[in-house]
Design a protein around this ligand. Structure first.
Ligand code: DP6
Length: 362
């Protein structure tokens, strides 16, 4: 498929107004997307667990304008209050997707959005937020189209394609439970344009995998992901890093099939530390981990060595730690988290999440 496949034919229907709501989850990358080309094309493929509890719920109400506007016309409400701060990002998103949703200047939109996780938790809301918004807008397009012509497969691909243009990782939040984004020679159907389900066998060890998110630092990040991605241009280790991501994804195909948790841990932790190593070796360099991030990592390593439990960690572009563990070991690991790790969380706050199955229309 190419970008052109997402440009619709003229809409057969005219609709005055309507409303759609979606709830869309966050996701956590196992192989990380870090570095991109023009138009939100990833520099390397990535794979993620879709999450379940960390979600954004968005309603988009639309009303036809008397005549098409030259600007986008919309209001945003976040958790019930009018929000001006989100508007520039949404405007940029509208600009990027206008060619694929040509009705955008013909309507006024009221966008109401809220998260299940606290806004100031340091958890990126762009993946869940942009995917929920993309889904609402695409559902409006479906209202304007002949329903039978829009297959579920096409709908999911286009939703992911649009979400990607809002925020790269958002394209992995449409479906679950294991999503690949970025062309990889060993993965059939993988594409730089949208995320899709990992197409091969996944061992039961990975069913219901847990992700307890330890909120080490809830402040605003000093360096945004978008700036971080940009620093991969002319980065001295970029080419090696992109190669490594391809190799790690190749190795994971076998790990998912066999359920080899030790190999899984090695790949996932190496990916997390490489991501942060890229930040520390870019120019300008920066560090997003905090002292408590390292305390937690060391405690996890010690616990794993002493008990043999298959606990591991991964990191986003921030200080928070995602603690990953299989369902069969959940009781012991959860006790360990409670007894030994929660002290490192800001105000003792953490979020219990697990692998999930994607966005839902409400
Ligand atoms: C470290 O998707 O937030 O979480 O495309 O600029 O919006 P933009 O970046 P974003 O980057 C996420 C980076 C990451 C790794 C990952 O999710 O794969």
């Amino acid at each position: 498929m190419t970008e052109k496949d997402f440009i619709p034919k003229p809409y057969p229907k005219l609709i005055e107004s309507g409303s759609h709501s979606w709830s869309s989850p966050s996701n956590i990358a196992l192989v990380k997307y870090w570095g991109k080309k023009e138009s939100q094309i990833p520099a390397n493929p990535s794979v993620s667990f879709t999450l379940d509890a960390c979600k954004t719920t968005t309603t988009v109400k639309y009303k036809r304008l008397e005549q098409p506007n030259s600007e986008f016309s919309f209001d945003v409400y976040f958790e019930g209050d009018k929000n001006e701060a989100f508007k520039p990002k949404i405007k940029t998103f509208f600009k990027r997707i206008e060619g694929y949703l040509p009705f955008l200047k013909e309507y006024h939109f009221i966008i109401e959005t809220s998260n299940t996780f606290p806004h100031s938790s340091g958890i990126a809301s762009s993946a869940s937020g942009m995917s929920a918004l993309a889904l609402c807008l695409l559902t409006i397009e479906r209202d304007l189209s002949i329903p039978l012509e829009v297959t579920e497969e096409y709908f999911n691909k286009k939703a992911s394609f649009l979400a990607r243009l809002g925020s790269g990782s958002a394209c992995r939040s449409i479906e679950g439970d294991l999503i690949v984004w970025g062309k990889h020679t060993d993965i059939e159907g993988s594409s730089d344009l949208f995320g899709s389900k990992f197409p091969y066998k996944v061992h039961d060890n990975f069913k219901n995998y847990h992700d307890t998110i330890l909120l080490v630092d809830k402040g605003e990040k000093q360096v945004s992901s978008t700036v971080g991605h940009d620093l991969m241009h002319n980065h001295p280790f970029a080419q090696e890093r992109f190669k490594q991501a391809h190799n790690n994804l190749s190795r994971l195909i076998n790990v998912f099939e066999t359920g080899d948790l030790r190999a899984f841990i090695e790949i996932v932790e190496s990916e997390a530390l490489t991501l942060h190593a890229m930040m520390m070796t870019s120019l300008p360099y920066f560090i997003l981990m905090k002292p408590n991030t390292l305390e937690i990592i060391n405690k996890i390593w010690r616990f794993r060595q002493e008990t043999g439990r298959n606990i591991s960690f991964t990191l986003d572009a921030g200080a928070n730690v995602h603690v990953l563990y299989p369902e069969s070991e959940a009781k012991e690991v959860y006790e360990f988290i409670n007894n030994q790790l929660v002290v490192y969380c800001q105000n003792g706050h953490y979020i219990c999440d697990r692998i999930g199955f994607g966005a839902k229309q409400l």
